[in-house]
Design a protein around this ligand. Structure first.
Ligand code: GTP
Ligand code: MG
Length: 370
Protein backbone atom coordinates (compact mmCIF):
# COMPACT_ATOMS: atom_id res chain seq x y z
CA UNK A 1 0.00 0.00 0.00
CA UNK A 2 1.11 3.57 -0.61
CA UNK A 3 2.04 4.80 2.85
CA UNK A 4 4.91 6.59 4.52
CA UNK A 5 5.97 7.33 8.09
CA UNK A 6 6.02 10.90 9.35
CA UNK A 7 9.77 10.62 9.92
CA UNK A 8 10.45 9.39 6.39
CA UNK A 9 8.26 12.08 4.88
CA UNK A 10 10.07 14.75 6.89
CA UNK A 11 13.43 13.33 5.81
CA UNK A 12 12.53 13.39 2.15
CA UNK A 13 11.46 17.02 2.41
CA UNK A 14 14.40 17.99 4.64
CA UNK A 15 11.88 19.32 7.12
CA UNK A 16 11.55 18.66 10.82
CA UNK A 17 9.15 15.86 11.76
CA UNK A 18 7.73 18.05 14.49
CA UNK A 19 6.61 20.57 11.87
CA UNK A 20 4.85 17.82 9.93
CA UNK A 21 3.12 16.65 13.11
CA UNK A 22 2.10 20.21 13.93
CA UNK A 23 0.64 20.75 10.45
CA UNK A 24 -1.38 17.54 10.69
CA UNK A 25 -2.56 18.55 14.12
CA UNK A 26 -3.85 21.82 12.70
CA UNK A 27 -5.90 19.72 10.28
CA UNK A 28 -7.29 17.76 13.19
CA UNK A 29 -5.11 14.66 12.93
CA UNK A 30 -3.00 13.50 15.85
CA UNK A 31 0.20 11.64 15.01
CA UNK A 32 3.48 10.48 16.48
CA UNK A 33 6.76 10.46 14.62
CA UNK A 34 6.65 6.76 13.67
CA UNK A 35 3.02 6.78 12.57
CA UNK A 36 2.19 5.74 9.04
CA UNK A 37 0.09 8.07 6.88
CA UNK A 38 -1.33 7.43 3.44
CA UNK A 39 0.12 8.87 0.28
CA UNK A 40 -2.72 11.34 -0.27
CA UNK A 41 -2.23 12.86 3.15
CA UNK A 42 1.53 12.90 2.66
CA UNK A 43 1.15 14.67 -0.65
CA UNK A 44 -1.10 17.27 0.91
CA UNK A 45 1.36 17.88 3.75
CA UNK A 46 4.25 18.20 1.32
CA UNK A 47 2.34 20.67 -0.83
CA UNK A 48 1.25 22.69 2.18
CA UNK A 49 4.91 22.96 3.10
CA UNK A 50 5.74 24.23 -0.34
CA UNK A 51 7.21 21.09 -1.89
CA UNK A 52 6.56 19.64 -5.30
CA UNK A 53 5.38 16.06 -5.16
CA UNK A 54 6.18 13.32 -7.60
CA UNK A 55 4.41 10.06 -6.92
CA UNK A 56 6.21 7.06 -8.36
CA UNK A 57 4.89 3.97 -6.65
CA UNK A 58 1.89 3.17 -8.85
CA UNK A 59 1.37 -0.53 -9.34
CA UNK A 60 1.53 -2.44 -12.61
CA UNK A 61 -2.22 -2.80 -12.59
CA UNK A 62 -2.53 0.95 -13.00
CA UNK A 63 0.23 1.05 -15.60
CA UNK A 64 -0.56 3.24 -18.58
CA UNK A 65 -4.00 4.17 -17.31
CA UNK A 66 -3.41 7.90 -17.06
CA UNK A 67 -1.18 10.61 -18.42
CA UNK A 68 0.41 8.74 -21.28
CA UNK A 69 1.99 11.48 -23.37
CA UNK A 70 0.49 12.98 -26.50
CA UNK A 71 2.45 14.41 -29.39
CA UNK A 72 1.94 18.11 -30.11
CA UNK A 73 0.53 17.47 -33.55
CA UNK A 74 -2.46 15.68 -31.99
CA UNK A 75 -3.42 18.56 -29.72
CA UNK A 76 -6.30 20.90 -30.46
CA UNK A 77 -7.83 23.81 -28.55
CA UNK A 78 -10.22 22.96 -25.73
CA UNK A 79 -12.54 25.14 -23.61
CA UNK A 80 -11.30 26.44 -20.24
CA UNK A 81 -12.65 24.87 -17.06
CA UNK A 82 -13.56 27.53 -14.53
CA UNK A 83 -14.27 27.25 -10.80
CA UNK A 84 -15.93 30.04 -8.85
CA UNK A 85 -14.60 30.55 -5.35
CA UNK A 86 -14.97 33.12 -2.62
CA UNK A 87 -16.25 33.84 0.86
CA UNK A 88 -19.64 32.67 2.13
CA UNK A 89 -22.53 34.74 0.79
CA UNK A 90 -20.38 36.78 -1.57
CA UNK A 91 -22.58 35.62 -4.43
CA UNK A 92 -20.90 32.60 -6.05
CA UNK A 93 -24.10 30.69 -6.70
CA UNK A 94 -25.96 33.82 -7.78
CA UNK A 95 -23.23 34.61 -10.24
CA UNK A 96 -23.20 31.11 -11.68
CA UNK A 97 -26.97 31.12 -11.96
CA UNK A 98 -26.98 34.54 -13.62
CA UNK A 99 -24.36 33.47 -16.15
CA UNK A 100 -26.21 30.30 -16.87
CA UNK A 101 -29.60 31.92 -17.22
CA UNK A 102 -28.26 34.60 -19.52
CA UNK A 103 -27.04 31.76 -21.67
CA UNK A 104 -30.11 29.59 -21.78
CA UNK A 105 -31.45 29.97 -25.28
CA UNK A 106 -35.04 29.08 -24.53
CA UNK A 107 -35.33 32.33 -22.61
CA UNK A 108 -37.75 30.77 -20.18
CA UNK A 109 -36.91 32.25 -16.82
CA UNK A 110 -36.84 29.56 -14.19
CA UNK A 111 -36.99 26.90 -16.86
CA UNK A 112 -33.81 25.30 -15.64
CA UNK A 113 -34.82 22.13 -13.97
CA UNK A 114 -31.82 19.95 -14.61
CA UNK A 115 -29.16 20.44 -12.04
CA UNK A 116 -25.80 19.10 -12.85
CA UNK A 117 -22.63 20.20 -11.13
CA UNK A 118 -21.01 21.46 -14.27
CA UNK A 119 -22.17 23.19 -17.40
CA UNK A 120 -20.99 24.90 -20.52
CA UNK A 121 -21.81 28.38 -21.77
CA UNK A 122 -20.78 30.34 -24.83
CA UNK A 123 -18.63 33.44 -24.43
CA UNK A 124 -19.27 36.55 -26.57
CA UNK A 125 -16.42 35.48 -28.85
CA UNK A 126 -18.28 32.26 -29.62
CA UNK A 127 -15.98 29.99 -27.63
CA UNK A 128 -17.25 27.59 -25.00
CA UNK A 129 -16.49 27.91 -21.30
CA UNK A 130 -17.05 25.11 -18.80
CA UNK A 131 -18.09 26.06 -15.28
CA UNK A 132 -17.85 23.70 -12.36
CA UNK A 133 -20.45 24.38 -9.76
CA UNK A 134 -19.66 22.04 -6.92
CA UNK A 135 -16.10 22.41 -5.73
CA UNK A 136 -16.10 24.52 -2.63
CA UNK A 137 -12.77 24.91 -0.92
CA UNK A 138 -12.82 21.48 0.67
CA UNK A 139 -13.70 19.68 -2.56
CA UNK A 140 -11.03 21.63 -4.38
CA UNK A 141 -8.38 20.60 -1.85
CA UNK A 142 -9.53 16.99 -1.83
CA UNK A 143 -9.36 16.78 -5.61
CA UNK A 144 -5.94 18.32 -5.64
CA UNK A 145 -4.75 15.88 -2.99
CA UNK A 146 -5.92 13.04 -5.21
CA UNK A 147 -3.92 14.35 -8.09
CA UNK A 148 -6.93 15.57 -10.02
CA UNK A 149 -6.36 18.97 -11.48
CA UNK A 150 -9.73 19.96 -12.83
CA UNK A 151 -9.75 23.70 -13.04
CA UNK A 152 -7.83 26.00 -15.38
CA UNK A 153 -9.05 29.31 -14.01
CA UNK A 154 -10.45 30.42 -10.66
CA UNK A 155 -12.93 33.28 -10.59
CA UNK A 156 -12.55 34.87 -7.17
CA UNK A 157 -15.82 36.46 -6.11
CA UNK A 158 -15.46 39.27 -3.56
CA UNK A 159 -18.52 41.16 -2.38
CA UNK A 160 -17.91 44.88 -2.71
CA UNK A 161 -19.81 45.63 0.50
CA UNK A 162 -17.91 43.08 2.56
CA UNK A 163 -14.37 43.01 1.19
CA UNK A 164 -11.66 40.38 1.58
CA UNK A 165 -12.67 37.75 4.15
CA UNK A 166 -11.09 34.51 5.45
CA UNK A 167 -12.39 32.29 2.67
CA UNK A 168 -11.33 34.85 0.10
CA UNK A 169 -7.79 34.43 1.37
CA UNK A 170 -8.18 30.66 1.41
CA UNK A 171 -9.28 30.73 -2.22
CA UNK A 172 -6.29 32.86 -3.19
CA UNK A 173 -3.98 30.35 -1.49
CA UNK A 174 -5.67 27.39 -3.16
CA UNK A 175 -5.38 28.92 -6.59
CA UNK A 176 -1.75 29.77 -5.96
CA UNK A 177 -0.87 26.30 -4.70
CA UNK A 178 -2.52 24.76 -7.75
CA UNK A 179 -0.83 27.25 -10.09
CA UNK A 180 -4.17 28.36 -11.46
CA UNK A 181 -4.66 31.98 -12.54
CA UNK A 182 -7.25 34.13 -10.80
CA UNK A 183 -9.80 36.48 -12.24
CA UNK A 184 -11.24 38.84 -9.64
CA UNK A 185 -14.99 39.47 -9.86
CA UNK A 186 -16.01 42.25 -7.50
CA UNK A 187 -19.67 41.44 -6.95
CA UNK A 188 -22.68 43.30 -5.54
CA UNK A 189 -21.64 46.63 -7.03
CA UNK A 190 -25.34 47.52 -7.17
CA UNK A 191 -25.34 47.91 -3.39
CA UNK A 192 -25.26 51.46 -2.04
CA UNK A 193 -22.47 50.56 0.38
CA UNK A 194 -20.33 48.89 -2.29
CA UNK A 195 -16.67 49.85 -2.05
CA UNK A 196 -14.88 48.17 -4.97
CA UNK A 197 -11.83 50.36 -4.47
CA UNK A 198 -11.41 49.02 -0.96
CA UNK A 199 -11.51 45.44 -2.28
CA UNK A 200 -8.67 46.19 -4.69
CA UNK A 201 -6.56 47.67 -1.92
CA UNK A 202 -7.25 44.79 0.43
CA UNK A 203 -6.26 42.28 -2.24
CA UNK A 204 -2.83 43.89 -2.49
CA UNK A 205 -2.10 42.62 1.01
CA UNK A 206 -2.38 39.11 -0.36
CA UNK A 207 -0.25 39.83 -3.38
CA UNK A 208 -3.16 39.94 -5.76
CA UNK A 209 -2.57 43.02 -7.84
CA UNK A 210 -5.41 43.76 -10.22
CA UNK A 211 -4.97 45.68 -13.44
CA UNK A 212 -6.25 49.03 -12.20
CA UNK A 213 -3.70 48.79 -9.38
CA UNK A 214 -0.92 48.32 -11.90
CA UNK A 215 -0.88 44.53 -11.73
CA UNK A 216 -1.68 41.75 -14.15
CA UNK A 217 -4.65 40.07 -12.51
CA UNK A 218 -7.79 40.46 -14.59
CA UNK A 219 -10.72 42.04 -12.79
CA UNK A 220 -14.30 43.04 -13.38
CA UNK A 221 -17.03 44.69 -11.33
CA UNK A 222 -20.24 42.69 -11.52
CA UNK A 223 -23.69 42.44 -10.07
CA UNK A 224 -25.17 38.98 -10.13
CA UNK A 225 -28.45 40.50 -9.03
CA UNK A 226 -28.75 43.06 -11.82
CA UNK A 227 -26.78 40.93 -14.29
CA UNK A 228 -24.24 43.70 -14.80
CA UNK A 229 -21.03 42.96 -16.72
CA UNK A 230 -21.59 39.22 -17.04
CA UNK A 231 -20.49 39.41 -20.68
CA UNK A 232 -17.39 41.24 -19.60
CA UNK A 233 -16.60 38.45 -17.15
CA UNK A 234 -17.02 35.83 -19.87
CA UNK A 235 -14.78 37.88 -22.14
CA UNK A 236 -12.07 38.01 -19.51
CA UNK A 237 -12.30 34.27 -19.02
CA UNK A 238 -11.97 33.74 -22.76
CA UNK A 239 -9.01 36.13 -22.80
CA UNK A 240 -7.29 34.35 -19.94
CA UNK A 241 -7.95 31.02 -21.64
CA UNK A 242 -6.30 32.28 -24.79
CA UNK A 243 -3.19 33.17 -22.82
CA UNK A 244 -3.16 29.70 -21.26
CA UNK A 245 -3.38 28.16 -24.73
CA UNK A 246 -5.34 25.17 -23.46
CA UNK A 247 -5.11 22.07 -25.60
CA UNK A 248 -5.94 18.41 -25.51
CA UNK A 249 -5.87 15.40 -27.76
CA UNK A 250 -9.49 14.65 -28.61
CA UNK A 251 -8.62 11.57 -30.65
CA UNK A 252 -7.78 9.14 -27.90
CA UNK A 253 -9.44 7.13 -25.15
CA UNK A 254 -11.08 9.49 -22.69
CA UNK A 255 -9.65 10.51 -19.32
CA UNK A 256 -11.30 12.75 -16.79
CA UNK A 257 -12.54 13.30 -13.27
CA UNK A 258 -15.79 12.62 -11.45
CA UNK A 259 -17.22 15.96 -10.37
CA UNK A 260 -20.14 14.48 -8.50
CA UNK A 261 -21.98 11.17 -8.33
CA UNK A 262 -25.17 9.87 -6.85
CA UNK A 263 -27.43 6.87 -6.83
CA UNK A 264 -30.60 7.62 -8.77
CA UNK A 265 -33.62 5.49 -7.98
CA UNK A 266 -34.63 4.89 -11.54
CA UNK A 267 -31.37 5.18 -13.40
CA UNK A 268 -28.89 3.66 -10.97
CA UNK A 269 -25.48 5.25 -10.37
CA UNK A 270 -25.12 8.59 -12.14
CA UNK A 271 -21.69 10.19 -12.32
CA UNK A 272 -20.94 13.64 -13.67
CA UNK A 273 -17.59 13.50 -15.36
CA UNK A 274 -15.45 16.24 -16.72
CA UNK A 275 -13.72 14.86 -19.80
CA UNK A 276 -10.16 16.17 -19.76
CA UNK A 277 -8.51 14.33 -22.63
CA UNK A 278 -9.82 12.19 -25.43
CA UNK A 279 -13.42 11.53 -26.37
CA UNK A 280 -15.80 9.46 -24.30
CA UNK A 281 -18.37 7.43 -26.23
CA UNK A 282 -21.44 5.41 -25.46
CA UNK A 283 -20.29 1.79 -25.20
CA UNK A 284 -16.88 2.66 -23.70
CA UNK A 285 -15.77 0.71 -20.64
CA UNK A 286 -14.85 3.08 -17.83
CA UNK A 287 -13.15 2.74 -14.44
CA UNK A 288 -13.45 5.36 -11.70
CA UNK A 289 -11.98 4.66 -8.30
CA UNK A 290 -13.25 1.26 -7.25
CA UNK A 291 -16.19 1.33 -9.67
CA UNK A 292 -16.48 0.45 -13.32
CA UNK A 293 -19.09 0.09 -16.00
CA UNK A 294 -20.00 0.22 -19.64
CA UNK A 295 -21.33 3.64 -20.69
CA UNK A 296 -25.03 3.18 -21.38
CA UNK A 297 -25.83 6.83 -22.00
CA UNK A 298 -24.17 10.25 -21.92
CA UNK A 299 -26.25 13.29 -20.99
CA UNK A 300 -25.23 16.94 -21.29
CA UNK A 301 -26.08 19.69 -18.78
CA UNK A 302 -29.54 20.06 -20.32
CA UNK A 303 -30.24 16.37 -19.93
CA UNK A 304 -29.91 15.75 -23.65
CA UNK A 305 -28.42 12.42 -24.75
CA UNK A 306 -25.19 12.62 -26.73
CA UNK A 307 -23.22 9.92 -28.51
CA UNK A 308 -19.90 11.32 -27.29
CA UNK A 309 -18.15 13.98 -25.23
CA UNK A 310 -14.77 15.56 -25.93
CA UNK A 311 -12.22 17.51 -23.86
CA UNK A 312 -13.56 19.96 -21.22
CA UNK A 313 -17.07 18.69 -21.75
CA UNK A 314 -19.09 17.84 -18.62
CA UNK A 315 -21.37 14.82 -19.00
CA UNK A 316 -23.51 12.59 -16.89
CA UNK A 317 -22.58 8.95 -17.30
CA UNK A 318 -25.12 6.18 -16.88
CA UNK A 319 -23.90 2.61 -16.68
CA UNK A 320 -21.62 2.39 -13.64
CA UNK A 321 -22.04 -0.72 -11.54
CA UNK A 322 -21.65 1.27 -8.33
CA UNK A 323 -21.42 4.94 -7.40
CA UNK A 324 -17.92 6.40 -7.76
CA UNK A 325 -16.74 9.32 -5.62
CA UNK A 326 -16.24 12.96 -6.48
CA UNK A 327 -12.60 13.44 -7.34
CA UNK A 328 -12.15 9.91 -8.72
CA UNK A 329 -10.24 9.95 -11.96
CA UNK A 330 -11.93 8.20 -14.84
CA UNK A 331 -10.17 6.13 -17.46
CA UNK A 332 -11.39 4.14 -20.43
CA UNK A 333 -10.01 0.63 -20.70
CA UNK A 334 -10.08 -1.96 -23.45
CA UNK A 335 -12.08 -4.73 -21.79
CA UNK A 336 -14.45 -5.51 -18.97
CA UNK A 337 -11.88 -7.95 -17.61
CA UNK A 338 -9.30 -5.19 -17.26
CA UNK A 339 -11.86 -2.84 -15.73
CA UNK A 340 -12.78 -5.46 -13.16
CA UNK A 341 -9.13 -6.20 -12.40
CA UNK A 342 -8.38 -2.52 -11.73
CA UNK A 343 -11.49 -1.99 -9.63
CA UNK A 344 -10.81 -5.08 -7.55
CA UNK A 345 -7.16 -4.15 -7.10
CA UNK A 346 -8.14 -0.72 -5.82
CA UNK A 347 -10.73 -2.19 -3.52
CA UNK A 348 -8.01 -4.40 -2.05
CA UNK A 349 -5.67 -1.40 -1.65
CA UNK A 350 -8.41 0.49 0.12
CA UNK A 351 -8.93 -2.37 2.56
CA UNK A 352 -5.18 -2.63 3.22
CA UNK A 353 -5.00 1.05 3.89
CA UNK A 354 -7.78 0.87 6.42
CA UNK A 355 -6.10 -2.11 8.05
CA UNK A 356 -2.79 -0.22 8.21
CA UNK A 357 -4.52 2.53 10.10
CA UNK A 358 -5.42 0.07 12.81
CA UNK A 359 -8.82 -0.89 11.56
CA UNK A 360 -10.21 2.60 11.53
CA UNK A 361 -10.72 4.71 8.47
CA UNK A 362 -11.59 7.69 10.58
CA UNK A 363 -9.38 10.66 11.08
CA UNK A 364 -7.94 10.70 7.59
CA UNK A 365 -7.35 14.10 6.13
CA UNK A 366 -8.78 13.26 2.76
CA UNK A 367 -11.82 11.61 4.30
CA UNK A 368 -12.44 14.71 6.32
CA UNK A 369 -12.41 16.87 3.27
CA UNK A 370 -14.37 14.82 0.82
P1 GTP B 1 -22.46 30.30 -0.14
O1 GTP B 1 -22.74 29.25 -1.17
O2 GTP B 1 -23.29 30.18 1.09
O3 GTP B 1 -21.01 30.44 0.19
O4 GTP B 1 -22.91 31.73 -0.74
P2 GTP B 1 -22.71 32.25 -2.21
O5 GTP B 1 -21.37 32.86 -2.34
O6 GTP B 1 -23.09 31.23 -3.19
O7 GTP B 1 -23.74 33.46 -2.23
P3 GTP B 1 -25.20 33.48 -2.83
O8 GTP B 1 -25.15 33.47 -4.30
O9 GTP B 1 -26.01 32.46 -2.16
O10 GTP B 1 -25.65 34.93 -2.39
C1 GTP B 1 -25.71 35.34 -1.05
C2 GTP B 1 -26.66 36.49 -0.92
O11 GTP B 1 -26.18 37.64 -1.62
C3 GTP B 1 -28.05 36.20 -1.50
O12 GTP B 1 -29.02 36.79 -0.66
C4 GTP B 1 -28.02 36.91 -2.84
O13 GTP B 1 -29.30 37.31 -3.26
C5 GTP B 1 -27.13 38.10 -2.56
N1 GTP B 1 -26.44 38.57 -3.77
C6 GTP B 1 -25.67 37.83 -4.59
N2 GTP B 1 -25.19 38.59 -5.60
C7 GTP B 1 -25.66 39.83 -5.39
C8 GTP B 1 -25.52 41.08 -6.09
O14 GTP B 1 -24.85 41.20 -7.11
N3 GTP B 1 -26.14 42.15 -5.54
C9 GTP B 1 -26.88 42.08 -4.42
N4 GTP B 1 -27.45 43.20 -3.97
N5 GTP B 1 -27.05 40.94 -3.75
C10 GTP B 1 -26.46 39.82 -4.22
MG1 MG C 1 -23.50 29.14 -2.95
Amino acid sequence: PETITIQELANRMSERAVDVIRLLMKQGEMHKINDVIDADTAQLVAEEMGHTVKRVAESDVEEGLFDTPDIDADLTARPPVVTIMGHVDHGKTSLLDAIRQANVVSGEAGGITQHIGAYQVTAPNGHAITFIDTPGHAAFTAMRARGAKVTDIVVLVVAADDGVMPQTIEAINHARAAHVPLIVAINKIDKPDAKPERVRTELLQYEVQVETMGGETLEVEVSAKQKTNLDKLLELIALQAEVLDLKANAERAAEGTVIEARLDRGRGPVATMLVQRGTLRVGDIVVAGTQWGRVRALLDDQGVARPEAGPSFPVEILGFSGTPEAGDRVAVVESEARAREIAEYRERMKRDKIAARGGSARGSLSDMMS
